[in-house]
Ligand binder design. Structure first.
Ligand code: ADP
Ligand code: MG
Length: 232
């Protein structure tokens, strides 16, 4: 495996469970593309952030106490204009107040990513084998299809590609029924970079999930739209 050129983790890496934004900054330090986003304490700040990022946008309510945001009404996708954003802001802020149990980190506005497919990427520590990476079918499918591959970190680019090509969803990624093929190369690059992150942090990284990584059409890249991590 060849180490990719990247910034690497900042020396002031926080401990404990990271927010989505903190986890994404860690991914970005390894050259993994993440959504453009800005925190938005008020509806006015959300509107200003959305104008900078460009509509349509995604609004999320953030709390370290929440694992599955969408189950709690904390994710609103494809908000097309300021009116839709302001309505969603009121709803998400109310849902966040209930869900966060006093541990609310406020709302975040993100670019709305579009793609052909979603993958799950993960990193974890195995007591025997050390840092490991995982890849599988993303989104809701991750729980239903038992379609996950695992390998010790770090991985070469071709090793990362082979892991993804070996998944049961791989034919879907190559393009089925006239759908354009997804950017498997970009997904492999992200998995290779994640494997270096896991190898570098070693036992400090208890776990990290990218769920999902959205794959655009071949040649157009992939982007992490949700991430969670726990550091020790
Ligand atoms: P959860 O905590 O429920 O996993 P996510 O942030 O993953 O919340 O959002 C739920 C789903 O919404 C994702 O699986 C993805 O399909 C979609 N999604 C989330 N953020 C974005 C985004 N920025 N662009 C496009 N789709 C998104
Ligand atoms: Mg998610």
């Amino acid at each position: 495996p060849v180490r990719p050129e990247c910034a690497g983790p900042s020396p002031a890496l926080p401990r404990g469970s990271l927010t989505e934004g903190e986890a994404k900054r860690l991914l970005a330090a390894y050259g993994i593309p993440v959504t453009r986003e800005a925190s938005a304490p008020t509806a006015d700040e959300a509107a200003a952030a959305a104008r900078r990022i460009g509509f349509p946008v995604v609004l999320k309510g953030v709390s370290r106490a929440v694992v599955h945001k969408s189950d709690l009404g904390l994710v609103r996708l494809n908000l097309r204009d300021e009116a839709a954003l302001r309505t969603a802001f009121a709803e998400v802020a109310a849902a966040l107040e209930c869900a966060a149990q006093g541990a609310s980190e406020g709302c975040v506005v993100q670019e709305m990513a579009r793609g052909e497919a979603e993958l799950f990427l993960g990193a974890t520590q195995d007591s025997q084998f050390g840092p490991m990476v995982l890849a599988g079918a993303g989104g809701v499918l991750v729980e239903f299809l038992q379609d996950v591959a695992m390998a010790p970190a770090p991985l070469s680019l071709s090793g990362a590609r082979a892991m993804i090509e070996g998944l049961r969803v791989a034919p879907l990624l190559r393009g089925l029924r006239g759908r354009p093929p997804a950017d498997i190369d970009a997904a492999a690059d992200a998995l290779m970079r994640l494997s270096w992150l896991a190898a570098d942090l070693g036992p400090r990284l208890a776990e990290l999930d990218v769920n999902p990584l959205i794959l655009r059409a071949a040649g157009q890249g992939a982007i992490a739209v949700d991430a969670r991590a726990t550091l020790t």
